[in-house]
Write a protein that binds this ligand. Structure first.
Ligand SMILES: [Zn+2]
Length: 443
């Protein structure tokens, strides 16, 4: 029987200026724990372990099964009474420049084509002040929901994209220490085969971009376009983070072409493919062959379940059946079976590509569990918004509750996966330790 809904106590002022914090009886998802603890046999429907966690000087310094850790003199000790605890969450794919435009650029047909059109028109409003106001609010939402690393794609046309990237770079500085903000330029992959290509790459990297990006569309020239973009990225020592196959056309095989290009050019840096929706509607033999290529090329995949559910399989008013029959997601289960890293992320929030959302990764996680049937692999599933997402954005130290990981914890009010997945209004409490000012508890 569930205990009464539990709201943890507020941080106490007495915690300030103390160097070490021990959280006792934290219920931690087992696959986010280090070494032997991660291999602890646990119930498949409640794959978590009661632990004691020590935080010191901005890092997690020790994790042990509850009760196994010796008392430390001078440490502040908090009993979490079995609250389910996550590491700071990692949102690996968002669009801060588009977010919160729904009120002035709604998508009345809720189709991909209208989303492109209305947001194309909305760019007239994208002044530095407008971008900063919407992106700042987005970061505040994400932070309140426990996110600590965000990678945003930034629409990158010349010359106006200078403003967008400059705003994101300023926000990166302002939010340092709370959220790590990564950027990736978004343009057509074919743009890299024009005179603009190197300018786009240099503009984005000058403003601190983490990778080159692009939106791929099937064409006879696409393999050559990928080769050129990979060459530009290789010259600059960065990887790619692409949008591919965000449609339900079985003939859309950009994912396969990316894998072939990476193998053909022996590209040495990380390559990430977002969406990969059309893979889900291809014949099984073709799906398997593509997954083999994706694995051989070392590609990483980001699924955007909420946005895909919203935009994919929209049907015209005169269609029969009018009812959607496809969730729109890529083959998350099969990718995980194949050992392909998969993260799930927010994508668009309250704009023409997705009318809803709040940069709430625990909502994304809960919906991903339902939509992709991840409840059959619940222990592993938590990694899609934490450890695997952190690996994909180049932060393999984050997204875990292990020695060396950042002392950024999300303490939920839930005391089981069942509560977490069933009661989405769970209040959160966040912790971090500040190496300069001692321990700070953040509410
Ligand atoms: Zn996207």
């Amino acid at each position: 029987m569930d205990r009464p809904w539990h709201i943890p106590c507020s941080p106490r002022a007495s915690l300030l200026n103390r160097r070490m914090l021990i959280l006792r009886r934290a219920l931690v998802p087992v696959s986010l724990l280090p070494g032997p603890l991660a291999r602890t046999a646990v119930d498949a429907v409640e794959p978590a372990l009661l632990c004691d966690v020590t935080l010191e000087a901005g890092r997690i310094t020790a994790v042990a099964a509850a009760g196994a850790m010796a008392p430390a003199a001078g440490a502040v000790v908090e009993d979490l009474e079995g609250a389910l605890v996550w590491p700071g969450l990692v949102d690996a794919h968002v669009h801060l420049d588009k977010a919160h435009t729904w009120h002035r650029a709604p998508n009345r047909s809720a189709t991909f084509a209208e989303a492109l059109m209305v947001l194309g028109r909305d760019k007239d409003h994208w002044t530095a002040a407008d971008l900063e106001r919407r992106a700042e609010f987005s970061l505040r939402c994400a932070y309140a929901h426990g996110t600590r690393i965000i990678r945003t794609h930034v629409d990158t046309g010349l010359p106006w994209a200078e403003t967008s990237h400059a705003v994101m770079a300023a926000l990166r500085s302002r939010w340092a220490g709370r959220i790590e903000l990564q950027t990736v330029p978004l343009c057509g992959t074919g743009d890299f085969s024009t005179a603009r290509g190197e300018k786009i790459a240099d503009l984005a990297l000058r403003h601190g971009a983490s990778a080159l990006g692009g939106f791929a569309v099937m064409s006879p020239e696409l393999p050559a376009h990928f080769d050129r973009e990979l060459a530009i990225a290789r010259e600059r020592g960065v990887g790619l983070d692409l949008h591919v196959d965000e449609n339900g056309n079985p003939g859309s095989e950009c994912l396969r072409l990316v894998a072939e290009a990476v193998l053909r050019t022996e590209f040495p840096y990380p390559v990430v493919c977002g969406h990969c929706c059309s893979l889900g509607v291809q014949p099984p033999a073709r799906q398997r062959a593509t997954l083999d290529l994706v694995r051989a090329a070392g590609l990483k995949v980001i699924s955007l379940p909420l946005c895909n559910l919203y935009l994919q399989d929209r049907r015209a008013a005169d269609a029969f059946p009018r009812h959607p029959s496809w969730r729109g997601l890529t083959l998350i289960q099969d990718m995980l079976d194949a050992g392909i890293p998969v993260a799930c992320a927010s994508d668009n929030v309250r704009d023409a590509f997705f009318a809803y959302g709040d940069f709430d990764l625990l909502e994304v996680y809960a919906q991903s569990v339902r939509l992709a049937h991840l409840d059959t692999r619940l222990a592993e599933s938590v990694r899609v918004v934490s450890a695997t997402a952190a690996d994909i954005v180049g932060r393999p130290d984050a997204g875990r509750i292990a020695p060396g990981a950042p002392a950024q914890l999300v303490i939920t009010a839930a005391r089981s996966f069942s509560e977490l997945l069933s009661r989405p209004a769970a209040p959160l409490r966040r912790w971090r330790t500040d190496p300069h000012a001692g321990i700070a508890g953040l509410s």
